[in-house]
Design a protein. Structure first.
Length: 315
């Protein structure tokens, strides 16, 4: 039912503005821009825009549009891959005539006039392809540009199809997407190529990690460390998954010092971490979540909670 409503709304509106979350990843960009390309290709006379903060490391996928406030007048706004309203990139999303939420995170913050939330989906990009399939009889069409973006989003959020969220449906959709003639090699290069300064910080992390008896590992990256390696706080998001292949680690946290807070990125191979993230101004998936704290002393509280979760998981 949700898909049919979204299809009808897309057909009804002349102007459609698509948002996603701040500090984007390939799924956020892929679902946002993939949906836009699908709509543009299906209905060339519509005005379709994508907005939000730019991440230079993802500019190879696409670039954002810059639009004035009046563009939102009588517009349909769609927010992709964003669980809670405070994380929507470009807070003008509330200025449209109607608002739709499309997401695969737990629905902790229901918002919008209409929403479609599928927590079992591997990615929001997977959901956008499913929306296309549901809308084919209503005139929805797909092309090479949309396929590249959607495939990139699925690859990014499934860790190249290695994460447990990958299903038979995910593989089926991926097999259909690669039938479009986009350059998969360059897409993978864009997502996974590592710049030298990021590789050096990766080496530093791998040389200095410690595993607790419960199987928890924490990494603290101060602003001084960022400066020493020529890193930005945003770039550290590319390194969060590197501890996942290390034997004995059940869950881990990256604490990254930004100008006015400490960003917390949580990952797990079993223990549920999103409930802890929710306790510290965040949220996310059971095994991949994010949060924030005010200072380094508060990170110790997060560590205590995560140690407890890992200990309980081992029993």
């Amino acid at each position: 039912m949700e898909k049919n409503t979204i299809i009808r709304k897309i057909k009804d509106y002349q102007t459609i503005i698509i948002h996603r979350h701040v500090r984007p990843d390939p799924d956020a960009i892929g679902s946002q821009a993939g949906l836009a390309e699908m709509i543009k290709h299906s209905f060339p006379k519509k005005n379709v825009y994508i907005v939000g903060d730019q991440d230079p490391s993802l500019n190879f996928l696409t670039e954002m549009d810059f639009i004035p406030d009046e563009t939102y007048d009588d517009a349909l706004v769609i927010v992709c891959d964003t669980a809670n309203q405070e994380r929507v990139a470009d807070q003008r999303y509330i200025k449209g005539k109607e608002l739709i939420k499309i997401d695969h995170h737990p629905n902790v913050d229901p918002y919008g006039d209409h929403s479609w939330v599928e927590t079992i989906a591997s990615s929001t990009s997977e959901m956008i392809y499913e929306l296309f399939l549901a809308g084919r009889e209503e005139g929805f069409q797909f092309n090479e540009k949309a396929a590249r973006l959607i495939y990139g989003g699925i690859v990014g959020d499934t860790g190249r199809f290695l994460f447990p969220s990958t299903t038979t449906k995910t593989f089926q959709y991926a097999s259909e997407l690669v039938s479009y003639p986009f350059d998969r090699s360059s897409l993978y290069d864009g997502i996974y190529n590592t710049k030298p300064h990021i590789a050096r910080l990766k080496g530093f992390i791998l040389q200095n990690f410690q595993i607790s008896e419960a199987g928890f590992c924490s990494i603290k990256i101060s602003r001084q460390t960022l400066s020493e390696f020529g890193m930005t706080a945003l770039e550290t998001s590319q390194l969060v998954g590197i501890l996942g292949d290390i034997e004995g680690i059940k869950a881990w946290a990256f604490f990254v010092e930004e100008e006015d807070l400490i960003r917390v990125r949580l990952r797990s191979k079993g223990p549920v971490v999103n409930k802890i993230a929710a306790k510290y101004n965040g949220g996310g998936h059971p095994m991949a979540a994010g949060a924030s704290v005010s200072n380094w002393s508060e990170t110790e509280d997060v560590i205590v909670d995560l140690e407890k979760v890992c200990g309980e998981y081992n029993k």
